[in-house]
Write a protein of this length. Structure first.
Length: 304
């Protein structure tokens, strides 16, 4: 009996020792893991901002969004993440945005389980893995060098496809196989890096090729777009923000078949309740002023 008692008393120390050993093994494996160096520039480099933001959020007790893939990628990509200098408010906004886009996709799939989703400017986001219902046809679209990097982490399947192309080159549309399925186009953190004439040309092309489709994207106000060069993370990457829009219904005038379905403000997010008191108050105050709400919001359009 005495031996059993000694073993029980010693077990916490055994557990601690085991934990230390497991941590050593994990750290050693992480050191031996192949690191991928990246050489992206300007707008392409900004894909690391949401990647890191979601990874940091995932480690929290009650996260706005949980994305284990982002944690894995941050560990595998060799980069000086501290140099991005992402403000806490930006990280919060990015995570709220990602969660809202996930919710939009899930709503679309509830109505169209076998629909098609096209993610324009996908970066290194793992949205397909977060929302896949086992039936959808999914396309991730980005610049060729970004897609080349994605291939190291996200292999294509019979339902998951990668399109290496600039979103402004209409030839990429020919890669979509089944044009009879209901289609949802999403562009998260993309259109602000395009010029208005490029945004307009793209939307009109989607409207003509996929009448009845849905388009969801986030947009800055004109004032916010003009001042994004002062943002520390944008300044670090050297990215250029070109487009902002104040009156979202202006887009409806580009074609008779374009309809604004929703203009969603970040101050509406239920995820705000997960924030500390200071940020909850900040979002509440922002919600009192239209200019503050419109500085960055999400727009939903039906194309035809």
């Amino acid at each position: 009996m005495k031996e059993n008692i000694n073993f029980i008393e010693a077990s916490p120390f055994i557990n601690i020792a085991s934990g230390i050993l497991l941590k050593y093994i994990f750290d050693k494996c992480a050191e031996d893991m192949e690191k991928f160096k990246i050489t992206l520039e300007k707008e392409k480099e900004t894909l690391l901002i949401p990647l890191l933001s979601k990874a940091l959020e995932t480690g929290k007790k009650n996260p706005i969004i949980s994305d284990p893939y982002s944690v894995e990628l941050v560990e595998q990509i060799e980069y000086d993440y501290d140099s991005l200098n992402i403000p806490k408010k930006t990280r919060i906004t990015i995570c709220i945005r990602a969660k809202r886009f996930d919710d939009y996709v899930k709503q679309f799939l509830d109505m169209h389980p076998q629909g098609t989703v096209v993610y324009m400017g996908c970066g290194l986001d793992a949205r397909f893995s977060r929302v896949d219902n086992g039936k959808i046809e999914w396309y991730d679209l980005d610049f060729p060098d970004v897609i080349e990097l994605r291939r190291k982490f996200y292999p294509e399947t019979d339902r998951y496809h990668l399109i290496p192309s600039s979103v402004t080159d209409p030839q990429w549309i020919g890669n979509l196989k089944d044009k009879k399925r209901p289609v949802l186009f999403i562009a998260e953190g993309l259109f602000m890096y395009l010029k208005e004439e490029e945004v307009k040309a793209l939307i009109l092309k989607l409207r003509k090729t996929f009448p009845g489709s849905l388009l969801i994207f986030d947009a800055f106000s004109a004032y916010a777009a003009r001042n994004m060069g002062l943002h520390p993370s944008i300044s670090k990457t050297g990215a250029n923000v070109y487009w902002g829009i104040d009156n979202s219904r202006k887009i409806e005038k580009w074609n008779n078949g374009i309809s604004l379905m929703e203009e969603w403000y970040f101050t509406q997010s239920e995820e705000i309740q997960k924030l500390d008191a200071g940020y909850r108050i900040m979002f509440k105050i922002a919600g009192m002023f239209l200019a503050a709400k419109k500085a960055h919001r999400i727009l939903v359009f039906k194309l035809g």
